[in-house]
Design a protein around this ligand. Structure first.
Ligand code: AHG
Ligand code: MN
Ligand code: MN
Ligand code: MN
Length: 349
């Protein structure tokens, strides 16, 4: 008799979010915020794919508060993210890598969530069409503050208070995720009940569920550091890295993989196991990555997947930011690999 064809049930991100809302895991407002973020990511995906066709490669000609030469797509993707969140009507405040200070979203009329984001991560890779991404985190609303209400890009004391309310520890995150713009466009999300990934089906422009409850391997022999900074690292870290290169009894040392996009390097680490690190060094005392919209969202995700996110001494999610663009060292990935680094006896005693 004919084999009953098991129709592969295509679950779109939209229908998955609605299911989570019906199950009471998220409320209707957060569902709308997440849906508007996925809309922004689809738009950025198409801008990235066509960057060299639409003359969107290269620099904008401005320097952001990080002191980085903004790429054209840094600016455009920041506008795409801000506009999508604004039109969702459920976002009260946004804090972005590309904005000096937190920005109040006037049109919000319910929900008033706080959304932090890196609109284009790894943007130095754009001109060479190497993977990039967007990273986001969502915190509960905090109605009593209105940042930068006079719009003069400086903060008076009331507005400064608002920065404090945006500056919440990652342990307060309600949801976090990223979209990776690579050979596939993959939206990875957690709303507190595991990590799920959705691949963009170019046939009809929808994110479809491709992986549920992703668990990072407990260990992995891949390390992802920019070893160009080796000479500027402390002795303990140098020893840790040297030991990874020791072939040991198996005769096989660790493999080095580093593409210079946190989203791409993290996604590979999440699926294959291993460790990604951006240490402090003699030049950058707190490393390079920003706590609020890079380290905390990624640490939230890796913990949801059974991994670990550390600054070398403490859990990233326990760190309370004091400044929205604050940087921290980041070591993230398989539990055994992060603990191997943390437990390395410090040579300087
Ligand atoms: P962004 O492009 O958002 O500024 O982030 C870049 C970050 C991160 O994506 C990447 O891992 C790291 O910078 C690469 O830094 P180096 O070029 O110093 O290795
Ligand atoms: Mn940047
Ligand atoms: Mn980044
Ligand atoms: Mn960025």
């Amino acid at each position: 008799e004919s084999k009953k064809s098991t129709r592969f049930e295509l679950i779109t991100l939209t229908s998955w979010l609605l299911k989570q809302e019906q199950a009471g895991v998220i409320d209707a407002e957060l569902t709308i915020v997440l849906s508007s973020i996925s809309m922004a990511c689809k738009q950025i995906a198409s801008l990235v794919q066509r960057a060299s066709i639409s003359n969107l490669t290269g620099v904008q000609g401005a320097v952001n508060i990080q002191g980085e030469d903004q790429k054209k797509l840094d600016v455009v993707s920041n506008e795409v993210f801000s506009n999508c969140l604004r039109s969702s009507g459920r976002t009260g405040i946004i804090a972005s890598e590309e904005e000096d200070v937190p920005v109040a979203v006037e049109e919000s009329y319910s929900g008033n969530y706080i959304v932090v984001f890196d609109p284009l991560d790894g943007s130095s890779n754009i001109d060479a069409a190497v993977s990039t991404g967007s990273i986001f985190g969502i915190y509960s609303p905090n109605d009593e503050c209105l940042p930068d209400i006079d719009g003069d890009a400086t903060l008076d004391s009331a507005e400064q208070k608002c920065v404090v309310s945006v500056c919440q520890p990652g342990s307060n995150l309600l949801a976090a995720g990223y979209c990776m713009y690579s050979s596939s466009v993959i939206f990875v999300l957690s709303i507190g009940n595991g990590v799920f990934s959705f691949s963009l089906d170019p046939m009809y422009g929808e994110f479809v569920l491709t992986q549920e409850n992703i668990q990072i391997p407990k260990s992995g022999k891949i390390y992802s550091f920019n070893e160009g900074n080796y000479q500027m690292w402390d002795d303990k870290l140098k020893k840790y890295i040297d030991d990874l290169k020791d072939p040991g009894p198996s005769g096989k040392p660790y493999s080095a993989r580093y593409i210079g996009s946190l989203v791409g390097d993290f996604h590979r680490t999440l699926l294959y196991g291993g460790i990604y690190g951006y240490p402090r060094d003699s030049k950058s005392k707190n490393g390079k990555l920003r706590l609020l919209y890079e380290c905390a969202p990624m640490s939230y995700l890796v913990e949801q997947a059974g991994g670990k996110g550390s600054d070398g001494h403490q859990r990233v999610l326990d760190i309370v930011p004091v400044e929205i663009h604050q940087r921290v060292p980041l070591y993230i990935g398989s539990v055994e690999e992060v603990e191997k680094l943390e437990n390395k006896p410090s040579i300087s005693g």
